[in-house]
Design a protein around this ligand. Structure first.
Ligand SMILES: [Zn+2]
Length: 233
């Protein structure tokens, strides 16, 4: 019937098409905003990253865990307890940032050929009085200018900044440089061992300020991962 527009006619008119396009665009923008907001929330960030398969995996060893006590102080303080508490705090920091992370025992079978974007074995030094400072070492056979060397350097710097501790390179032993886990992990996994401080003179930091210790380690590894990501390959 001429002069009376049915609903179908109106939808096909140029104005109707324009309205549909605007409506679709609005949905797209709204959807994008929702994803943006959600991606700021750690659980969703991890989930989104998981979909893309892009968020790096970080491997941590809690030194001596499920094997032995490590260093022991006269009053009974055990290295393994400090290492495990710190490792769990480091892992929590990585999860907050959306990274995949796991805490492994000292002799986890899966260390053989272990693959990750970064690998850190967390230890603490002896309870002998008069010593203070931390140490970071990569395997003796790793290229000092390669990824493991860069991880060691970045981690040292961040750890010193966060904890205020000084490096104590004089006491880096052959045991550290030939540490079993660094020999076992896959050759393309950048790995280091850190001695977070001495149970003797750095005791307060290691037992009362574990958040700072953990932040120092997490900050260093994240700075390394971000630098590797943006570096030309
Ligand atoms: Zn140890």
């Amino acid at each position: 019937m001429p002069g009376i527009a049915t609903r179908r006619d109106r939808d096909r008119s140029p104005l109707g098409v324009l309205a549909t396009i605007v409506r679709v665009l609005l949905y797209v923008v709204l959807g994008g905003l929702v994803v943006l907001v959600l991606s700021e929330l750690p659980p969703f960030a991890g989930w989104l990253a998981g979909i893309g398969g892009e968020m790096p995996q970080v491997g941590l060893v809690a030194g001596h865990w499920q094997n032995d006590s490590g260093a022991v102080c006269p009053d009974g303080l055990q290295e393994v307890d400090v290492n495990l508490a710190v490792a769990r705090r480091v892992a929590a920091l990585f999860r907050e940032e959306g990274y995949r992370v796991e805490v492994l025992p000292e002799y986890a079978p899966k260390l053989v050929g272990y693959r990750a974007a970064a690998f850190v074995s967390i230890h603490s030094d002896s309870c002998v009085g008069g010593f203070s400072g931390f140490k970071v070492a990569h395997h003796a056979d790793a290229d000092p200018l390669g990824p493991a060397g860069r991880l060691a350097a970045t981690l040292s710097q961040a750890y010193a900044e966060e904890t205020g501790l000084s490096p104590h390179p004089d006491t880096i032993t052959d045991d550290m440089r030939h540490y079993h886990a660094l020999r076992k992990i896959a050759p393309d996994t950048p790995g280091v061992i850190i001695e977070c401080g001495f149970l003797s003179d750095d005791r307060e930091l290691l037992t009362q300020e574990q958040d700072r210790v953990a932040r120092g380690i997490a900050n260093g590894v994240i700075a390394f991962l971000q630098a590797e990501e943006t570096a030309p390959h």
